[in-house]
Ligand binder design. Structure first.
Ligand code: MN
Ligand code: MN
Length: 290
């Protein structure tokens, strides 16, 4: 493999970049098995596997201004990570750029949303096997088990929709009855098909801009075994590719979290890299059409 130090085709300077990659090698809130701290570099390494030219759209990523900021430093606590991520991402949004954040565990997602300058104008598509809706987990309200809850507190329950969920505690369901964050389960996707379920989910988000938080465990473990909390009966790579393609014209930012390379042979990192490239390519096409 070549050039693992940065994301493939990320050759632009920060000033001219439209897409800005940032790695967050933080997995201190992982609840089952750690390893997501190795996600950013593994995703970068596997990104070099792909051709820069996209057959479906005709977009060549060598023509797209992408910058890679490298990795955030190590953090001793989730609180430190949150504060640092907010200040790192705020100027990226302010400059009209789209951040592509590579985690790291899912605790790294809420600060990416919290850094957005107009939270009431931001929808969030939250792709996850889990609801992540605990008020607090093991005494930490910044645990990856609390991430959708923190995001709802920022943008409002009606501006978030979870897609692909299939693992949830009774307490989370009961808590949510009074809060009302909508979700579409993986079982509904299997029953109704990805096209109608994605449309249903995206129609719930009334904002122009949508932030996409992709917990890689939304995919079935047969496709994405390299993750900390694998959950059977998940989405296919094509399902997630389709969802990303549909939301891409409204894309405000993207994170890909919970890729834990120690648990597979690199397939999950390759898939994560490919999905990040899909989001960029589809957003480029939408911008050209404007
Ligand atoms: Mn999650
Ligand atoms: Mn999850």
């Amino acid at each position: 493999m070549e050039r693992p130090g940065r994301f493939a085709d990320a050759t632009a300077e920060l000033e001219e970049a439209q897409y800005v990659v940032l790695g967050v090698p933080f997995d201190r809130t992982t609840s089952f098995r750690p390893g997501a701290r190795f996600g950013p570099d593994s995703i970068r390494q596997h990104s070099w596997n792909f051709e820069s030219y996209d057959l479906e759209t005709g977009v060549d990523l060598t023509d797209v201004p992408i910058h890679d900021l490298g990795n955030a430093p190590e953090f001793g606590s989730a609180g430190q990570m949150v504060a640092s991520m907010r200040s790192e991402l705020a100027p990226i949004y302010a400059a009209g750029k789209i951040p592509i954040v590579l985690g790291g565990d899912h605790a790294c997602a809420p600060p990416c949303v919290e850094a957005y300058p107009e939270p009431s104008e931001l929808g969030v598509l939250y792709l996850d096997a889990h609801l992540d809706f605990r008020a607090s987990y093991l005494g930490d309200d910044r645990s990856h088990a609390c991430s959708s809850r923190r995001i709802v507190e920022r943008v409002g329950a009606r501006n978030v929709v979870v897609l692909g969920v299939r693992s949830v505690s009774k307490e989370e369901v009961e808590d949510n009855q009074g809060i009302g964050m909508p979700y579409v389960t993986a079982h509904e996707v299997a029953r109704d098909g990805i096209e109608s379920t994605v449309q249903r989910a995206l129609n719930m988000l009334k904002t122009d801009k949508v932030y996409v938080s992709l917990d890689i465990d939304v995919l079935d473990p047969s496709f994405a075994a390299g993750t900390g909390t694998p959950e059977p009966f998940g989405l296919t790579p094509r399902d997630v590719k389709y969802a990303i393609g549909q939301v891409a014209p409204r894309l405000a930012g993207l994170d890909i979290m919970e890729v834990a390379p120690p648990f597979d042979n690199g397939n999950t990192s390759a898939l994560a890299a490919r999905l990040a490239r899909e989001a960029i390519v589809r957003n480029v096409v939408a911008r050209r059409g404007r």
